[in-house]
Design a protein around this ligand. Sequence first.
Ligand SMILES: *Cc1c(COP(=O)(O)O)cnc(C)c1O
Length: 232
Amino acid sequence: MDSLRYPAGVEPTLVARRLALVRARIAAAARRAGRAPEAVRLVAVSKTQPVEALVAAWQAGVTDFGENRVQEAQAKLPAARERGVAATWHLVGHLQSNKARDAVQLFDILQSVDSLRCAEAVARAARAPMRVLLEVNVAGEATKYGFPPGELPVAYRAAAAIPELRVEGLMTVAPQVPDPKAVRPLFRQLRRLAGELGLRECSMGMTDDFEVAIEEGATMVRIGRAIFGPRA
Ligand SMILES: *Cc1c(COP(=O)(O)O)cnc(C)c1O
């Protein structure tokens, strides 16, 4: 394939082609649910990808990028900015309290606030109100971070009372299952929880399940492999 011409392993037109396909699938899923395609924000998850891949995606119209590790972002974000990428940056992975200070400087929105301890660390580090989503462990998986749904109302009230935080919505990572339709009830539950709390944003859906998530009301989808290809 012609990607062999790019030593960094990034073929810009390939990223653009994959992106066009993802956008078409987002639009189709939104229309199936009677929603406007513009109601779904695409966050391109660029973890493990080289800066060249971010530049290619930015040039193809991506406005939002997600990274899952503060340390990786510390190297990549300044390099991407230097290359003209003026995106909105989302942290989508677990945040350790001792990284909160770096995180609030690097990112525009922290999607993975998964405990009150984390929320308080972000608040202490923030100089202006920080945009955050509360991560919910909808399936109750032992291996996953996030608030158990039952604890969410109390946690939300506590987080919403912190002036340094702007709680905009909820986020979840669904279990990986062979049939993405199997996670539909979990997405529906996240949307319902957000509605009950009066929260607008619902970040749910990844490469394997974003269409189901959009049908269930996702306002943000976090997509990596379908845009950038497999991770190294
Ligand atoms: C890696 C990651 C994604 C993107 O996953 P893909 O399956 O590559 O689309 C989305 N959300 C989080 C929290 C991630 O860590």
